[in-house]
Design a protein around this ligand. Structure first.
Ligand code: SAM
Length: 239
């Protein structure tokens, strides 16, 4: 997969080269390129924003800068991802859809966001996803882009050491994952649930499912349907 990210703070994206993502780059599974939006400005101040039509506080990012930038960076067969609190919710299901793409381009907004015509223009020639990582407002799109990139890239075959690990994660089967434990068996007066120590794999699987359901019921009842089971069906492994 190829990922391009456009930002006025390219150094914000440095974590993309660390840990598992860095290893995926080293192994040729992933190529990441980060671009400074100001490279597409032509004025002495390298301005990327202007005051909003219709008045109001804040500034809006200029189409005359974003347009030529995306003409260069975002080919018609790529998916342009625009992080915005006004977007469709970014969920594990969306991550699973995006992992099958070969080229993603992230346009990181700042200030009050990007002039809408930039998005509408790319949508005339290609695919655009305006995505929100949650019901809160960040200062800029960089952190949202990193969150989305991490969750997409870890689903690509070969990125995680053990492919089964993401298949058992929260949301993969529509439920939250239950609690996990490691050694020692007793710690500060707290013990590992005995079922995990017995080696009865059927009992462990049953216990884990019950824990998963109980946790989902308590913390995220919105993930369950009227029968009390996961509203979302598990997705098949990657194509
Ligand atoms: N005026 C915008 C609104 O109310 O919808 C908020 C703009 S926000 C201060 C600046 C940038 O941060 C956005 O353009 C977007 O790139 C990013 N951003 C903020 N919150 C986000 C969220 N929940 N999900 C994704 N991106 C977000």
């Amino acid at each position: 997969m190829r990922i391009d990210v456009v930002s006025i703070f390219p150094e914000y994206l440095d974590p993309l080269r660390m840990a598992l993502l860095g290893r995926a780059i080293d192994r040729g599974i992933l190529a990441v390129d980060v671009h400074d939006l100001r490279d597409w400005t032509h004025d002495v101040h390298r301005a990327v924003d202007d005051s909003p039509y219709g008045g109001g506080p804040g500034m809006v990012m200029k189409p005359q800068v974003w347009g030529p930038c995306l003409d260069d960076v975002c080919p018609d067969d790529a998916v342009l991802v625009v992080p915005t609190p006004a977007g469709e919710p970014f969920t594990q299901r969306v991550a699973e859809e995006l992992r099958n793409e070969s080229h993603l381009v992230f346009a990181c907004g700042r200030y009050e966001g990007i002039d809408q015509r930039v998005v509408d223009d790319v949508a005339r020639r290609g695919r655009v996803r305006e995505l929100s990582i949650g019901d809160y407002v960040l200062i800029g799109g960089e952190v949202a882009a990193i969150a989305m990139i991490e969750s997409v890239v870890r689903l690509i075959d070969g990125v995680l050491g053990n492919a089964a690990s993401h298949q058992q994660d929260s949301f993969s089967d529509g439920l939250l994952e239950g609690p996990s434990y490691t050694r020692p068996e007793h710690w500060r007066g707290l013990s590992v649930p005995p079922v995990l120590l017995g080696g009865d794999h059927a009992a462990i699987t049953r216990w884990r499912h019950e824990q998963s359901l109980a946790r989902t019921r308590a913390r995220r009842p919105d993930l369950l349907d009227e029968t009390g089971t996961a509203a979302r069906r598990p997705t098949p492994p990657s194509s």
